[in-house]
Design a binder for this molecule. Structure first.
Ligand SMILES: NC(=O)c1ccc[n+]([C@@H]2O[C@H](COP(=O)([O-])OP(=O)(O)OC[C@H]3O[C@@H](n4cnc5c(N)ncnc54)[C@H](O)[C@@H]3O)[C@@H](O)[C@H]2O)c1
Length: 339
């Protein structure tokens, strides 16, 4: 049976009202440290575990620490874990909740735009391993994804931009209303208008929900959500100063450039993607070291022997999965690096 995600998404206007609906004797919150700084006073103090900010938290050592914490809090099988943070905390919370006592209920309160529009949705939970992103994990859907857009008021601007990269990705995949929305509203318009923020989250999350509901285990179409990620992940692991979204933005532009080199897309598509990224202050190029990137990509979990399922944008609203030999990918990266 196809997984149902749409009905697990909800918006709330008050945190205390949400807390009053919980069994607080058997609930724990994992909260990102920066979220805690700004909003921690709103949470029941004794149930909160603070997760330091940063991608390094997606590791076995933090999983072990967090499992111990749940034991200490005495959460039993009917307990609930709520992850409050960006994609790091939601990925980690979903993974810990999925293995603690062989799996307990978990929900997310995403606090970054990236988590609201992407990371919290779809049930991929996991950690990095041996230098590779999201190498270990499970697919297990949260019981709920709760939107409290007021969290975004404290989000640093650069992190907002980073979230826009995944929104742009969804707009390229789906075209339609989301692409129109980001083409016709500036970032200043969006940030200053709670109604537009809600619209953005609804439209961007709908794209992901629709794809995942049809292919939860990523046996086919779900792979399109990796647009920009094959190269993006490799860039992210070799350029630690970039955010996830910044790496994905560069990865999407490279994917479009490769589509042009293969005569599958026009230069206009590259220009359109660059223009979306620049409108949200995202980088679109970086000095490439193709050999290093290919070494990373070769170990990527999406690799099939000597090729990858490369996600190729043909035009806005038309993104396809194209098997690509690593040797050909390296040749294209070399061409782009020398342009
Ligand atoms: N599971 C998935 O399907 C999926 C999809 C996309 C990305 N991801 C993962 O998501 C992660 C990136 O997520 P992210 O961009 O949300 O990063 P993040 O979780 O690291 O958060 C970014 C920064 O913002 C801070 N922060 C978060 N919310 C805040 C708030 N409301 N106010 C102030 N500061 C706040 C955090 O402390 C952190 O420093 C990566 O690990 C990526 O692999 C997962």
């Amino acid at each position: 049976m196809a997984v149902q995600i749409k009905n697990t998404l909800s918006f709330i206007e008050s945190l205390p009202k949400f807390f009053s609906s919980l069994d607080l004797k058997n609930t724990a919150f994992f909260i990102d440290e920066n979220v805690h700084k700004h909003h921690g006073h709103l949470f029941p103090k004794e149930l909160v575990t603070i997760i330091p900010s940063g991608e390094e938290q997606k590791s076995f050592s933090s999983v072990e620490r967090l499992l111990n914490q749940l034991l200490e809090l005495g959460l039993d099988r009917s307990g609930e874990l709520i992850g409050v943070g960006g994609g790091v905390v939601t990925d980690l919370t979903g993974f810990v909740a999925s293995i603690y006592l062989r799996g307990i209920k978990f929900r997310f309160l995403p606090t970054t735009l990236l988590a609201m529009c992407d990371a919290a949705i779809g049930g991929k939970n996991g950690i990095n391993f041996s230098g590779f992103k999201n190498m270990v994990g499970v697919i297990n859907q949260p019981a709920g994804i709760i939107y409290y857009p007021a969290f975004l008021e404290s989000l640093p601007k650069r992190e907002f931009n980073s979230g826009m990269a995944e929104v742009i990705k969804h707009a390229i995949i789906n075209g339609g209303e989301l692409n129109d929305f980001i083409s016709s509203n500036t970032q200043a318009d969006i940030i200053s208008n709670a109604h537009l923020i809600k619209e953005l989250c609804l439209m961007a999350s709908r794209v992901k929900v629709d794809v995942v509901e049809k292919d939860e285990k990523e046996s086919g179409r779900r792979k399109v959500l990796n647009l920009g990620h094959t190269v993006g992940h490799a860039i992210e692991s070799t350029h630690s100063f970039l955010t996830h979204g910044e790496s994905v933005a560069i990865g999407m532009v490279i994917a479009a450039r490769i589509a042009v080199l293969k005569n599958l897309a026009s230069e206009e598509l590259v220009e359109k993607i660059i223009s979306h990224c620049h409108a949200h202050h995202l980088p679109t190029e970086i000095g490439l070291k193709p050999k290093n990137l290919i070494e990373k990509i070769a170990k990527d979990k999406k690799r099939k022997k000597s090729s990858v399922d490369f996600i190729m944008p043909y035009e806005i609203g038309d993104v396809r999965i194209v098997p690509l030999e690593l040797l050909e990918l390296e040749a294209h990266l070399n061409t782009i690096a020398n342009e």
